[in-house]
Design a protein. Sequence first.
Length: 258
Amino acid sequence: MPREKRIHKVGIYHVFNRGVGQRQIFAKHEDRLFFIENFRRLSKHFDFFLHSYALVSNGYNMLIQTNRDNLSQIMKNINGRYAHYYNRQYNRKGHLWEGRFKSILFEDHSFLLDIITYIEYLPIQSGVASSRMFYNYSSYRQLVGLDETLPLLQNSYIFKMFNSHTQIKDFLDAPVDIERIYRIQILLKKLTIQKNREAKESKPMLPMIQPSDLKYKTKSERNNIIQSLYKKGYTQTSLAKTFMLSQQAVSKIIREAF
Protein backbone atom coordinates (compact mmCIF):
# COMPACT_ATOMS: atom_id res chain seq x y z
CA MET A 1 0.00 0.00 0.00
CA PRO A 2 1.41 3.44 -0.86
CA ARG A 3 2.56 5.63 1.99
CA GLU A 4 0.26 8.43 3.07
CA LYS A 5 1.17 11.62 1.25
CA ARG A 6 1.84 14.56 3.50
CA ILE A 7 0.45 17.84 2.25
CA HIS A 8 2.59 20.91 2.88
CA LYS A 9 1.45 24.35 1.85
CA VAL A 10 3.83 27.19 1.07
CA GLY A 11 5.33 28.64 4.25
CA ILE A 12 8.04 28.56 6.89
CA TYR A 13 8.78 25.21 8.53
CA HIS A 14 11.01 24.01 11.31
CA VAL A 15 12.34 20.74 9.88
CA PHE A 16 14.42 18.21 11.77
CA ASN A 17 15.53 14.60 11.68
CA ARG A 18 18.15 12.33 13.22
CA GLY A 19 19.87 9.04 12.57
CA VAL A 20 18.07 5.78 13.25
CA GLY A 21 18.68 4.77 16.85
CA GLN A 22 20.20 8.25 17.34
CA ARG A 23 23.32 6.96 15.59
CA GLN A 24 26.04 9.35 14.48
CA ILE A 25 25.44 10.31 10.86
CA PHE A 26 28.07 13.03 10.46
CA ALA A 27 31.36 11.33 11.22
CA LYS A 28 33.80 13.71 9.56
CA HIS A 29 34.22 17.12 7.95
CA GLU A 30 33.52 15.81 4.44
CA ASP A 31 30.14 14.37 5.53
CA ARG A 32 28.95 17.74 6.80
CA LEU A 33 30.21 19.55 3.72
CA PHE A 34 28.36 17.08 1.46
CA PHE A 35 25.10 17.65 3.35
CA ILE A 36 25.41 21.46 3.24
CA GLU A 37 26.46 21.53 -0.41
CA ASN A 38 23.58 19.19 -1.25
CA PHE A 39 20.86 21.45 0.14
CA ARG A 40 22.63 24.46 -1.37
CA ARG A 41 22.34 22.91 -4.86
CA LEU A 42 18.77 21.72 -4.30
CA SER A 43 17.62 25.18 -3.19
CA LYS A 44 17.91 26.42 -6.78
CA HIS A 45 15.98 23.52 -8.26
CA PHE A 46 13.19 23.40 -5.67
CA ASP A 47 12.94 27.15 -4.99
CA PHE A 48 13.44 27.38 -1.23
CA PHE A 49 15.69 29.22 1.19
CA LEU A 50 16.74 28.92 4.82
CA HIS A 51 16.46 31.20 7.82
CA SER A 52 18.75 29.09 10.03
CA TYR A 53 20.34 25.63 10.16
CA ALA A 54 22.56 23.51 12.37
CA LEU A 55 24.11 20.07 12.05
CA VAL A 56 24.95 18.01 15.12
CA SER A 57 26.54 14.57 15.20
CA ASN A 58 23.28 12.62 14.93
CA GLY A 59 20.97 14.93 12.98
CA TYR A 60 20.01 18.35 11.72
CA ASN A 61 17.59 21.20 12.33
CA MET A 62 16.66 23.90 9.84
CA LEU A 63 14.16 26.69 9.45
CA ILE A 64 13.15 26.51 5.80
CA GLN A 65 10.85 28.68 3.69
CA THR A 66 9.22 27.15 0.62
CA ASN A 67 7.91 29.11 -2.35
CA ARG A 68 6.00 26.10 -3.71
CA ASP A 69 4.04 23.33 -1.99
CA ASN A 70 6.97 20.93 -2.37
CA LEU A 71 8.49 20.46 1.09
CA SER A 72 8.15 16.67 0.87
CA GLN A 73 10.05 16.60 -2.43
CA ILE A 74 12.76 18.85 -0.99
CA MET A 75 13.30 16.67 2.07
CA LYS A 76 13.12 13.40 0.13
CA ASN A 77 16.02 14.63 -1.95
CA ILE A 78 18.02 16.06 0.96
CA ASN A 79 17.62 12.92 3.09
CA GLY A 80 17.77 10.44 0.23
CA ARG A 81 20.90 11.80 -1.38
CA TYR A 82 22.72 11.98 1.93
CA ALA A 83 21.69 8.43 2.88
CA HIS A 84 22.97 7.18 -0.48
CA TYR A 85 26.26 9.06 0.03
CA TYR A 86 26.66 7.86 3.62
CA ASN A 87 25.93 4.19 2.88
CA ARG A 88 28.33 4.21 -0.05
CA GLN A 89 31.00 6.07 1.92
CA TYR A 90 30.86 3.71 4.91
CA ASN A 91 29.96 0.50 3.06
CA ARG A 92 26.69 -0.01 4.92
CA LYS A 93 23.12 -0.91 4.01
CA GLY A 94 19.71 -0.13 5.42
CA HIS A 95 17.89 2.93 6.69
CA LEU A 96 19.95 5.88 7.88
CA TRP A 97 17.21 8.20 9.14
CA GLU A 98 14.79 7.70 12.03
CA GLY A 99 11.73 7.67 9.84
CA ARG A 100 10.53 10.54 7.69
CA PHE A 101 11.54 14.09 8.50
CA LYS A 102 9.52 16.01 11.10
CA SER A 103 8.14 19.43 10.23
CA ILE A 104 6.21 22.20 11.96
CA LEU A 105 4.59 25.04 10.05
CA PHE A 106 5.06 28.47 11.65
CA GLU A 107 2.25 30.72 10.50
CA ASP A 108 2.81 32.96 13.54
CA HIS A 109 6.09 34.74 12.77
CA SER A 110 6.41 35.96 16.35
CA PHE A 111 8.02 32.60 17.16
CA LEU A 112 10.70 32.77 14.45
CA LEU A 113 13.46 34.49 16.44
CA ASP A 114 12.92 31.98 19.24
CA ILE A 115 13.29 29.09 16.81
CA ILE A 116 16.40 30.61 15.24
CA THR A 117 17.87 31.03 18.72
CA TYR A 118 17.03 27.40 19.49
CA ILE A 119 18.60 26.09 16.27
CA GLU A 120 21.76 28.18 16.64
CA TYR A 121 22.18 27.00 20.24
CA LEU A 122 21.97 23.29 19.34
CA PRO A 123 25.72 22.76 18.67
CA ILE A 124 26.42 23.99 22.22
CA GLN A 125 23.52 22.12 23.80
CA SER A 126 24.42 18.83 22.09
CA GLY A 127 28.10 19.12 22.99
CA VAL A 128 29.52 19.11 19.45
CA ALA A 129 30.93 22.63 19.91
CA SER A 130 32.18 24.63 22.86
CA SER A 131 32.03 27.86 20.85
CA ARG A 132 29.97 28.67 17.77
CA MET A 133 32.71 31.07 16.66
CA PHE A 134 34.72 28.05 15.51
CA TYR A 135 31.89 25.76 14.42
CA ASN A 136 31.47 25.67 10.64
CA TYR A 137 28.37 23.50 10.37
CA SER A 138 25.61 25.90 11.34
CA SER A 139 24.46 29.25 10.00
CA TYR A 140 25.81 31.17 13.02
CA ARG A 141 29.07 32.34 11.44
CA GLN A 142 27.21 33.59 8.38
CA LEU A 143 24.50 35.35 10.39
CA VAL A 144 27.06 37.28 12.46
CA GLY A 145 29.25 38.19 9.47
CA LEU A 146 32.24 35.93 10.08
CA ASP A 147 31.69 34.00 6.82
CA GLU A 148 30.22 34.93 3.47
CA THR A 149 26.50 34.28 3.52
CA LEU A 150 25.26 31.47 1.29
CA PRO A 151 22.70 32.70 -1.28
CA LEU A 152 19.98 30.50 0.21
CA LEU A 153 20.49 32.19 3.62
CA GLN A 154 20.54 35.81 2.42
CA ASN A 155 16.80 36.30 2.99
CA SER A 156 16.87 35.02 6.55
CA TYR A 157 14.24 36.54 8.82
CA ILE A 158 16.91 37.61 11.29
CA PHE A 159 18.39 40.05 8.75
CA LYS A 160 15.01 41.81 8.62
CA MET A 161 14.87 42.18 12.39
CA PHE A 162 18.34 43.66 12.93
CA ASN A 163 20.28 46.38 11.12
CA SER A 164 23.77 44.89 11.29
CA HIS A 165 25.80 41.74 11.86
CA THR A 166 26.93 43.28 15.16
CA GLN A 167 23.36 43.51 16.42
CA ILE A 168 22.69 39.91 15.34
CA LYS A 169 25.85 38.75 17.14
CA ASP A 170 24.84 40.60 20.31
CA PHE A 171 21.41 38.97 20.14
CA LEU A 172 22.68 35.42 19.56
CA ASP A 173 25.56 35.80 22.02
CA ALA A 174 23.39 37.05 24.87
CA PRO A 175 23.42 34.76 27.92
CA VAL A 176 21.26 31.79 27.08
CA ASP A 177 18.21 31.24 29.25
CA ILE A 178 18.25 27.43 29.53
CA GLU A 179 14.69 27.41 30.83
CA ARG A 180 13.65 29.42 27.79
CA ILE A 181 15.29 26.87 25.51
CA TYR A 182 13.43 24.10 27.31
CA ARG A 183 10.16 25.99 26.90
CA ILE A 184 10.84 26.24 23.17
CA GLN A 185 11.50 22.49 23.05
CA ILE A 186 8.21 21.82 24.86
CA LEU A 187 6.44 24.14 22.42
CA LEU A 188 7.92 22.23 19.47
CA LYS A 189 6.87 18.88 20.93
CA LYS A 190 3.31 20.09 21.53
CA LEU A 191 3.06 21.47 18.00
CA THR A 192 4.44 18.21 16.59
CA ILE A 193 1.88 16.13 18.52
CA GLN A 194 -0.92 18.43 17.37
CA LYS A 195 0.26 18.26 13.75
CA ASN A 196 0.51 14.45 13.86
CA ARG A 197 -2.99 14.20 15.31
CA GLU A 198 -4.39 16.42 12.56
CA ALA A 199 -2.57 14.37 9.92
CA LYS A 200 -4.04 11.12 11.25
CA GLU A 201 -7.54 12.58 11.22
CA SER A 202 -7.28 13.70 7.58
CA LYS A 203 -5.34 10.65 6.26
CA PRO A 204 -5.03 11.59 2.58
CA MET A 205 -4.21 8.38 0.71
CA LEU A 206 -2.69 7.81 -2.68
CA PRO A 207 -4.62 5.46 -4.95
CA MET A 208 -3.22 2.02 -5.62
CA ILE A 209 -1.24 1.75 -8.84
CA GLN A 210 -2.85 -0.67 -11.26
CA PRO A 211 -0.17 -2.22 -13.54
CA SER A 212 -2.79 -2.57 -16.27
CA ASP A 213 -3.17 1.22 -16.33
CA LEU A 214 0.52 1.81 -17.00
CA LYS A 215 1.09 2.28 -20.70
CA TYR A 216 4.62 2.64 -22.04
CA LYS A 217 6.60 1.20 -24.93
CA THR A 218 10.17 2.20 -24.15
CA LYS A 219 12.40 2.19 -21.11
CA SER A 220 12.57 5.98 -21.30
CA GLU A 221 8.77 6.25 -21.10
CA ARG A 222 8.72 3.81 -18.18
CA ASN A 223 11.37 5.86 -16.34
CA ASN A 224 9.39 9.05 -16.89
CA ILE A 225 6.32 7.40 -15.34
CA ILE A 226 8.35 6.20 -12.34
CA GLN A 227 9.77 9.69 -11.79
CA SER A 228 6.32 11.25 -12.07
CA LEU A 229 4.77 8.81 -9.57
CA TYR A 230 7.63 9.37 -7.12
CA LYS A 231 7.03 13.14 -7.25
CA LYS A 232 3.37 12.49 -6.38
CA GLY A 233 4.44 10.72 -3.18
CA TYR A 234 4.75 7.02 -4.00
CA THR A 235 7.63 5.29 -2.27
CA GLN A 236 10.56 3.61 -4.00
CA THR A 237 9.46 0.29 -2.46
CA SER A 238 5.95 0.45 -3.92
CA LEU A 239 7.29 1.52 -7.32
CA ALA A 240 9.82 -1.31 -7.35
CA LYS A 241 7.03 -3.85 -6.72
CA THR A 242 4.72 -2.34 -9.32
CA PHE A 243 7.32 -2.23 -12.08
CA MET A 244 9.02 -5.48 -10.97
CA LEU A 245 12.38 -3.78 -10.54
CA SER A 246 14.91 -3.78 -7.73
CA GLN A 247 14.72 -0.85 -5.32
CA GLN A 248 18.28 0.06 -6.34
CA ALA A 249 17.16 0.34 -9.98
CA VAL A 250 14.21 2.54 -9.02
CA SER A 251 16.46 4.72 -6.87
CA LYS A 252 18.83 5.22 -9.81
CA ILE A 253 15.94 6.16 -12.14
CA ILE A 254 14.66 8.72 -9.63
CA ARG A 255 18.09 10.29 -9.12
CA GLU A 256 18.35 10.83 -12.88
CA ALA A 257 15.42 13.24 -12.66
CA PHE A 258 17.30 15.71 -10.48
